[in-house]
Design a protein around this ligand. Structure first.
Ligand SMILES: [Zn+2]
Length: 332
C-alpha cells in the first residue's frame, strides 16, 4: 500500500487532480475540519482516493483554494455516476450541504455496511444488546429489553477494522491508518454478499440525515453512537410522529408509546442521561489489581465521560470514543 498523496492547494494542482477524479467510478472520501458538520463548524480538508488504476490520493485544501476552484471539487462529489464511499458520512455530508450547498446522492457508507452485516455474520439479539453495554446500563437493558431491541451500536473506524480483521498490512493496532479504507482488494466486510443494492439507497438516507439542520455541538439526540431508526429498515407504519428528541419524522413502530413522543433511540439516550445524573461522581480507581472500587462497567462509563482524567485512570476509554460530543466528531 502506498501512502503517497498529492496536495491540491492551488488551481494548477487541482486541475490535474480533477481529470483523475472525474474518471474514477468510485471515490473514497474523508473530511477533516473544525467541529466538522456541526453548527458553527467548518470544513478544512477533503481526502479523495480514486478506485481507477493507478489509484491516487488527493488532499484538497479547502482553505487554500478559491471558491471557483472548489465549485469543480463539489461538482465531482455531486456527480451521480461516481459512487462516493465513506465511513460515517453524516458529518461530512452535513459540512458539504450546509456549508457548500453540495448534495451527494451516489453513496456507500461503510459504517452502515458494518451494521447491516451483523445478522449475516450470525449475530443474534443477545449479541446486539450486548454491544449496547456499557454505553447503556446492562441492568437497565435487561429490565427494558423490548425498548432496546431496535437499537444498534455504531462502531468507530478503528473498531470496525479490528472486528472485520482487516489484514495487518493495513492496520497494525496503533493509530488508525485511514488509508486502509482506500486500499484494495477489499477485506471480507466488503465482499459481494455483504453489499446488496439497497445499501446504496440506505447510505444516501444515512449521510443526508441532518440535511434539515446541522446538529448543535451539544445535541445529545443527534450526536451519539447509536444507529438512528428507519435507516436500515423501513417500517410499514401509516401513522407517523415527530420525535421531540432527534426531531425526525418516524413511523409509529419506532416509538415506545405515542404518549411519550420520543423514538426508541432518544428514549434510550434519556435513560442514559438520567442514570448519569443519579449516580455520584467516581473516586479515582487504583491503576492495577482487581479491586477497583468500581466494577468495570461503572468505571468505563465514567472514564469515558471524563476524558480529562489522567491517562493512568482510563480504562478502555476507546469504548466511548464514539460518544461524539466528548470523543470528537471527525476524530475517528
Ligand atoms: Zn428520536
Amino acid at each position: 500500500m502506498t501512502s503517497t498523496f498529492t496536495l491540491c492547494a492551488d488551481s494548477t494542482s487541482l486541475a490535474a487532480a480533477l481529470d483523475k477524479l472525474r474518471s474514477s467510478p468510485m471515490l473514497f472520501v474523508d473530511c477533516e475540519g473544525d467541529r466538522l458538520g456541526v453548527a458553527g463548524g467548518s470544513l478544512s480538508l477533503i481526502s479523495l482516493r480514486t478506485s481507477a488504476t493507478p489509484r491516487m490520493t488527493y488532499i484538497v485544501d479547502v482553505l487554500a483554494l478559491s471558491s471557483s476552484d472548489l465549485i469543480a471539487v463539489f461538482a465531482v462529489l455531486e456527480h451521480s455516476s461516481i459512487c462516493k464511499v465513506l465511513f460515517d458520512g453524516r458529518m461530512d455530508h452535513s459540512a458539504f450541504f450546509h456549508g457548500h450547498s453540495t448534495v451527494m446522492n451516489n453513496v456507500l457508507d461503510l459504517q452502515l455496511v458494518d451494521v447491516s452485516t451483523r445478522l449475516l455474520r450470525g449475530e443474534g439479539m443477545d449479541n446486539q444488546l450486548g454491544r449496547l453495554s456499557p454505553f447503556f446500563s446492562t441492568t437497565h437493558i435487561i429490565a427494558n429489553r423490548a425498548n432496546y431491541s431496535k437499537l444498534h451500536r455504531l462502531l468507530s473506524l478503528s473498531k470496525t477494522i479490528k472486528e472485520h480483521k482487516v489484514r495487518n498490512s493495513v492496520w497494525t493496532g496503533g493509530l488508525v491508518d485511514h488509508n486502509g479504507w482506500m486500499d484494495r482488494p477489499l477485506p471480507p466486510v466488503r465482499s459481494e454478499r455483504y453489499i446488496d443494492p439497497s445499501l446504496s439507497v440506505r447510505s444516501v438516507k444515512y449521510v443526508q440525515l441532518w440535511s434539515d439542520a446541522a446538529p448543535q455541538p451539544d445535541d445529545t439526540y443527534r450526536l451519539h453512537p447509536i444507529l438512528p431508526l428507519e435507516i436500515l429498515h423501513t417500517p410499514v407504519d401509516t401513522a407517523q410522529f415527530i420525535c421531540t428528541g432527534c426531531r425526525r419524522t418516524l413511523g409509529r413502530s419506532s416509538f415506545p408509546t405515542t404518549s411519550l413522543p420520543k423514538c426508541f433511540v432518544c428514549f434510550a439516550i434519556d435513560a442514559k442521561l438520567e442514570s448519569k445524573q443519579s449516580t455520584p461522581l467516581p473516586q479515582p480507581a487504583p491503576e492495577t489489581g482487581s479491586s477497583r472500587g468500581w466494577d468495570d462497567i461503572q468505571y468505563r462509563e465514567f472514564c469515558g465521560d471524563h476524558p480529562e482524567w489522567p491517562t493512568a485512570y482510563m480504562y478502555e476509554t476507546g469504548d466511548f470514543s464514539d460518544w461524539y460530543p466528548e470523543g470528537g466528531i471527525g476524530q475517528r
